[in-house]
Design a protein around this ligand. Structure first.
Ligand SMILES: [Zn+2]
Length: 1017
């Protein structure tokens, strides 16, 4: 295939510049100029170095460049046009991009034609670049991009003035197929392009370097210009965003705050708010509802109400949206009041009649169930002997995990402690490089993953021995390093064992987060007894002193987040293998944390834990509670409590409301900063029996399901606030405020939601918990892994014609989501079965071929099925005895649920969304057969009903797209029976609607439409 270049020429007459504030990198750029941090791939301020100020560490390389002082921006990069005068950026910044935008301030000093502003790609025929053009003054600009469609050529002419600053932005917007060039915040030219060709270049396996100031082509010249604040975005910036980032905007946002009310206008498809959509068009009647609550606790209002429709539509309920106050002022005394809800697109105003009762004695839920250890459940092939998606994904991960070198995961720990590296040791990339303040986080995930891999591989002794060896090596090394902390080095008497009295690093005048080889402190003898981390203790101390998130030496990332991963990994190893050294490292570090935090005033802790990103502590409360449960040392329970997020859990220090009172004060906040805290809360309930912790977790879970989740089971992805990692600014407003162009459904958030769901199920065996678990497991976790490698997703975007982006297939550079992926995929079998704590009953939650060894009962259960390619499963009992088998009747099983025991149909009533109890004396060889006919159903976005996902049974079906789209894919379905409009082969899960192919989202690797614009007829 021949790829031809298309050039277009853009000449613009430079507009005069207004007064512009230079954006600073120093403030923690979570929302910079109204654009979320998640959109930023790389940012080079160029104020004396070529460092990347985004969190992606794509630092530049340069040999012969200068920085000069500029009146307007301070120190700026000055390129001379000389052969070596350029900055090269790792091509890794390009990977997994869809749309992208480049912006920066340029001060052109030469009229020469052919100066290269930037260039990415191998050669002239296949690159993205911008070069100066024109025949004489004024200077023009030419943007190059690959295309095989010559008809797309468009010429523009632009002019760029010499010797003055100009803000340039070049935006490749894949969904509108438009390249636009902005000068000083105003669009100067735009032209169409073919996204597929650019996409191929951006996502090609060979990583080219991105060069600023020089070209990959011999014909082009080098740039003679000054540059300030060069940024690369992974989204196509819109007009407002470019205007805002160039300072040429009246609506300049007060950035640097996450939860501001910033919502830039966007071109997201909009629908009339007064048009009833989908089934709401046929709505005749909606029933009011009675709800009761107790004083102080906000009532839990149902997400759906009973409804009647015309035209013989059998649907029995309708989605209702309720106002969601930020406090509990209406329920402070007993009595009655009513809440009026709304049904999008209609005039229906259903009421919830709330009775507020005096507080009664509460019955606290007890932990009734236990999960089976991983080594008791083994995944099997399906009924036809074929590998399931679960086995495929597990094996992709185990294969590469087995080949990893533990020294990579120990590299930064050794570097922190000033120890020699083994000869073959290579550091990790991603968020674990030398100057990443989060380094060590992947090590924690790795410890958990190898612990789980060890437990899960009993079927392959050689593989299991491999993981055992890794575990021993990792733990021994971490143990030896931890032993060094706070103890004198041989021959010296200088040391500080008290974690509260850690001095500044030798020769330093402040605590700092400098982790460079030249700048890092290695005086581990001063770090307090028990300390273990991949960096010195300074970040922990700086957080107490009010440090913010950011890239400077006086800023931090999230010290307790990293530590939580390490502690969780050590505890997981102890639990899986009984390794006492692992426990000892965790216990000693737990003691260090206790000593540091125990004397801090509560206000200070509240401030710390509410600092954006810097105060993100993962599930420290969970790990400390687990340490308490293992050791019974009350200090650990106390420490766990110090991690209470008072604001989110209780509203304030008086415990006025918050989640404990069912009040949502977390709207708009960072999703995965908070979900692990809730996982910690349920662990705290188990450890402390304090009922509030249970309520916090239970209320949070309901709010997640009702108000924040997408059809795949993921959350977050806010357009408002503008941050793909945040919850939308208002509950139940995914359409109004979600679907961020930067992506939604951060995969690690769903990992944590599944963990929370499994934990809650141990206390309360509600069917809806495992309904959600199944949804998230099949449609997000299983869908988050690449086809042929363990590369995996960060966000899973569900915008029209989106595509999944996978990375870290070689496990050498981890983001948060790459970290949880190695955990998720080494424990895929962990929730298929649960048992009661007294071993009297078994719960069958998921229909996945597997073998359960219930050793306490000497029972083996073999589950044989092709599910979800078949709607039945078979459980064979080996062994005998009296116990209950509780079989999940999924909420989607509305077409019947038939149980046969030894061929005989049982007459038990099966209610969708519950469990069917089969209590009897089982004999060896008994067979339980379950049939649950699948049907099609739509799962609409709560506030925009026509935008809906199509499910077949538990499986989300995605329309297979050939290109990116601006608009939702439209489909028309029969109102009474949607299956009439769908053709296909259920056994292969391949379907067709009006010629558009649909298949399971977990099997979709190309462009997809998970949400469709559905019309019923
Ligand atoms: Zn993540």
């Amino acid at each position: 295939m021949k790829i031809t270049n298309i050039f277009f020429f853009v000449f613009i007459f430079a507009t005069s510049l207004g007064t512009i504030k230079s954006a600073k990198a120093q403030n923690g750029d979570q929302i910079l100029d109204g654009i979320g941090e998640t959109a930023l791939s790389a940012r080079y301020i160029f104020n004396g170095d070529v460092k990347d100020w985004s969190r992606n560490n794509l630092h530049g390389l340069a040999t012969q460049i200068n920085f000069i002082n500029d009146e307007r921006f301070g120190k700026v990069l000055s390129l001379s046009g000389g052969d070596q005068s350029f900055v090269s950026i790792p091509g890794k910044m390009i990977p997994n991009m869809e749309s992208f935008s480049i912006s920066g301030w340029f001060y052109f000093r030469s009229t020469k034609i052919g100066q290269s502003l930037f260039s990415y790609g191998k050669n002239n025929a296949n690159r993205i670049a911008a070069i100066t053009s024109g025949n004489a003054m004024p200077l023009g600009l030419k943007v190059l991009f690959p295309s095989k469609n010559l008809n797309a050529i468009e010429d523009h002419t632009v002019s760029l003035k010499l010797n003055q600053w100009v803000h340039l932005a070049i935006v490749f917007d894949i969904s509108s197929k438009t390249i636009s060039t902005f000068v000083d915040g105003k669009v100067a030219a735009s032209t169409k392009f073919l996204p597929a060709d650019v996409y191929t270049l951006l996502n090609s396996e060979t990583r080219n370097n991105f060069i600023i100031g020089k070209s990959s082509e011999a014909g082009d010249g080098n740039l003679v210009a000054n540059i300030h604040d060069f940024r690369i975005y992974r989204i196509g910036l819109n007009d407002k965003q470019v205007a805002s980032s160039s300072g040429n905007s009246n609506t300049l946002t007060n950035g640097n705050q996450v939860n501001t009310k910033v919502k830039l206008e966007d071109d997201f498809p909009k629908f009339s708010p007064s048009t009833p959509q989908l089934y709401n068009k046929y709505l005749i009647k909606v029933a009011d509802v009675d709800v009761s609550t107790t004083i102080g606790t906000s009532p839990r209002l149902p997400s759906h109400l009973k409804a009647t429709y015309q035209k013989g539509i059998k649907k029995a309920d309708v989605r209702v949206l309720w106002p969601t106050p930020m406090d509990n002022s209406v329920v402070l005394k007993s009595g009655r009041y009513s809440v009026t809800g709304s049904i999008p697109g209609t005039d229906f105003k259903p009421k919830a009649n709330v009775i507020v009762k005096e507080n009664m004695d509460e019955v606290l839920p007890q932990p009734k169930l236990k999960s089976f250890p991983l080594n008791k459940v083994t995944l099997s092939n399906d009924a036809h002997g074929q590998k399931t998606k679960f086995i495929e994904n597990r094996d992709k991960f185990l294969t590469v995990l087995a080949q990893t070198d533990p020294n990579s995961f120990l590299f930064m720990f050794r570097q922190a402690y000033g120890q020699k590296q083994p000869e073959s040791a290579h550091p990790l990339g991603g968020w674990d490089t030398e100057d990443t303040k989060l380094r060590g986080h992947a090590t924690g995930h790795y410890l958990s993953a190898i612990a789980q891999a060890y437990s899960s591989t009993g079927y392959d002794k050689a593989l299991q021995a491999n993981f055992q060896k890794k575990i021993t090596y990792m733990v021994n090394t971490l143990y030896e390093l931890a032993q060094l902390s706070g103890k004198p080095v041989k021959g010296s008497r200088v040391y500080q064992s008290n974690p509260q009295a850690i001095p500044m690093g030798p020769g330093k005048t402040a605590f700092d987060s400098d982790l460079s080889t030249a700048g890092i402190r290695n005086d581990y003898w001063n770090w307090g007894v028990g300390f273990i981390s991949a960096y010195p203790p300074d970040q922990f101390i700086m957080l107490e002193n009010g440090a913010k998130y950011g890239g400077q030496k006086n800023q931090i990332w999230a010290p307790y987040y990293t530590l939580h991963k390490i502690l969780a990994g050590l505890i997981d190893i102890y639990k899986a293998t009984g390794n006492k050294k692992a426990l000892s490292v965790a216990v000693n570090m737990g003691g260090w944390v206790f000593k540091r935090l125990n004397n801090l005033p509560q206000e200070q802790l509240i401030k710390m834990w509410n600092t954006y990103i810097a105060g993100e502590y993962g599930g420290m409360n969970e790990s400390m509670a687990r340490l308490y449960e293992i050791t019974k040392n009350p200090d650990f329970l106390k420490t766990a409590k110090l991690f209470d997020n008072i604001k989110v859990f209780y509203g304030d220090r008086m415990h006025s409301d918050g989640l404990a009172k069912n009040v949502d004060v977390f709207r708009g906040l960072h999703a995965n900063q908070h979900i692990p805290q809730i996982v910690g809360s349920i662990e705290m309930y188990q450890a402390s029996k304090d009922a509030d912790y249970y309520k916090i977790a239970d209320n949070f879970w309901h709010k997640m399901i009702d108000d924040y989740s997408y059809s795949i089971g993921g959350v977050a992805g806010a357009r408002n606030p503008s941050n793909a990692e945040c919850f939308v600014a208002q509950p139940s407003s995914l359409y109004a405020n979600g679907f961020s162009p930067e992506g939604q459904n951060e995969t690690c958030a769903t990992y944590n939601m599944l963990k929370l769901t499994g934990d809650l199920f141990r206390f309360d065996q509600r069917g809806e918990l495992m309904d959600y678990y199944e949804r998230g497991l099949y449609n997000h976790i299983l869908a988050s892994v690449a086809e042929h490698s363990p590369a995996n997703t960060y966000h899973v975007p569900l915008n029209p014609g989106a595509i999944k982006q996978f990375d870290n297939g070689d496990m050498t550079g981890f983001t948060c989501c790459n970290g949880t992926a190695i955990e998720s995929n080494t424990k895929l079998q962990n929730s298929i079965y649960f048992k009661s704590s007294d071993n009297e009953s078994l719960y069958v939650n998921l229909y996945i071929p597997s073998i359960l060894n219930w050793s306490e009962r000497k029972i083996v259960i073999k589950q044989t099925t092709d599910f979800p390619k078949s709607d039945e499963t078979k459980l064979t009992v080996n062994g005998s005895g009296k116990f209950a088998v509780n079989i999940r009747v999924p909420s989607w099983a509305t077409n019947g649920f038939i149980i046969k025991i030894n061929g005989k149909v049982q007459n038990d009533e099966a209610i969708p969304g519950s469990y069917l109890h089969l209590n009897r004396i089982w004999k060896d060889g008994d067979v339980i057969e379950v049939k649950m006919p699948f049907s099609f159903r739509l799962d609409p976005v709560m506030d925009q009903q026509n935008i809906a996902s199509l499910f077949y049974g538990p499986i989300l079906l995605a329309a297979q797209e050939t290109e990116a789209r601006k608009e939702w894919r439209k489909i028309t379905l029969d109102a009474v029976d949607i299956s009439k409009s769908i053709k296909g082969e259920p056994k292969k899960l391949l379907f067709d609607i009006d010629g558009v192919p649909f298949k399971p989202f977990y099997d979709s690797y190309g462009r997809h439409s998970v949400y469709l614009d559905v019309t019923l007829k």
